[in-house]
Design a protein around this ligand. Structure first.
Ligand code: FAQ
Length: 336
């Protein structure tokens, strides 16, 4: 398929030779960089460098996979929610995550990739999803803690994406952020209820959940900036507006005050206020654990991918029926 996006694709160089780049390609790239520098948004049909398109497909599809896989740890608790109200809230939240996955897959499709290709990449391990969803949800307090810390981290990362240079992604993010903000508040409120009106055992359950989710939550922001291969280019192109470390720091600073209000602590003796920096210092993050989980060896990786594989296979008849229905409707419309 010939797309405008491919107009600006740089040809591969033969080994040991400089790539041949036409004057036209260089001019197209310069026009693109000038638009980015002027703060313009890029729309789906606009010319764009192939590397920009690929970076977006990678990030948006992985974001979509995260939203969908992210339903699994919470889905585990729908039948065990303590009250009807909590069950209804949890169901609504999980449905929202499915919606976020759909908006994001649709945004990625505007870049010329299909939902089927993106799913194949997830299922055969070429595409990632967020490390955080490879941890188990052991108690009801995990539901509140995911809302507070995981959705809280997601919002911190996603608000700047509402100004992403790629307009279809930015538009999807505006709606997603509004919903994530409800998710964060419901999680915090559920924990507050347990901490203020609960028993000693319930308070201990909340603290235990916070102990287990704290480090994985701050890993969600991705590797440190100096070990992040994509950040520099993504920031030059206005895809990412704030670096992994800067977002992680903002999240930690906000979470400390919220933890104090809640009456819980974080499992990090190195987490102290630094007067000179006007920010919190924190202890060392176990990046070996992060890469192990990202690489497929976390506590629940196999279970999560197994569930996605099963859903994709068992949903094949639905996709076939929808395509057959669409073809029949088209044929009827043409006959009319
Ligand atoms: N997990 O060079 P960078 C949510 C990978 S949504 C796994 O820094 P980049 C909602 C990264 O992909 C949560 N892999 O990469 C919810 C790259 O590998 P690649 C998801 C990670 O893209 C809540 C490599 O490491 N949010 O929670 C992770 O510039 C509750 C090098 O990293 C998004 O996806 C990780 N944590 O920055 C749902 C937001 N971090 O692709 C249900 C959009 C990094 O080259 C319940 N995405 N990697 O093979 C982003 O902002 C960025 O993609 C980052 C990574 C910041 C995640």
């Amino acid at each position: 398929m010939y797309t405008q996006a491919m107009d600006t694709q740089r040809p591969q160089a033969a080994p040991g030779r400089q790539p041949q780049v036409s004057a036209e390609t260089v001019q197209a790239e310069q026009r693109f960089e000038a638009r980015i520098a002027a703060g313009e948004f890029i729309e789906a049909k606009d010319p764009m460098p192939e590397h920009y398109r690929k970076t977006l497909v990678r990030q948006i599809s992985q974001h979509a996979h995260s939203e969908v896989v992210g339903m699994l740890p919470e889905g585990n608790w729908i039948t065990r929610a303590p009250t009807l109200k909590r069950k209804a809230i949890l169901l609504a939240k999980i449905q929202d995550e499915a919606g976020h996955g759909l908006y994001l897959y649709a945004a990625a499709e505007t870049l010329g990739t299909s939902r089927g290709d993106m799913t194949d990449a997830l299922l055969d391990g070429r595409a990632k999803y967020s490390s955080i969803f490879n941890y188990p949800t052991l108690t009801w307090a995990d539901m509140g803690t995911i809302g507070w810390l995981v959705d809280g981290a997601a919002i911190m990362n996603q608000v700047p994406l509402c100004r992403c240079s790629y307009a279809p992604y930015a538009r999807a993010m505006v709606r997603i952020c509004r919903e994530e903000s409800f998710h964060q508040r419901q999680g915090y409120e559920a924990l507050l209820t347990m901490m203020r009106q609960g028993t000693e055992a319930q308070r201990a359950m909340v603290q235990d959940a916070v102990n287990r989710w704290w480090w994985p939550s701050i890993m969600m922001f991705g590797p440190p900036d100096e070990q992040s291969p994509n950040t520099a280019q993504s920031m030059r192109w206005g895809i990412k507006r704030i670096s992994n470390d800067a977002l992680r720091q903002k999240f930690i600073d906000a979470a400390v005050a919220q933890a104090r209000e809640l009456g819980v602590s974080f499992p990090d003796p190195g987490l102290v206020w630094n007067e000179a920096r006007q920010q919190h210092d924190h202890g060392p993050i176990d990046w070996a654990e992060f890469w192990r989980v990202v690489g497929g060896d976390g506590p629940c990786n196999q279970e999560r991918l197994g569930a996605r594989r099963k859903a994709w296979e068992e949903g094949a008849w639905v996709r076939e029926a929808a395509l057959a229905h669409a073809a029949k409707r088209d044929a009827l419309a043409q006959a009319a």
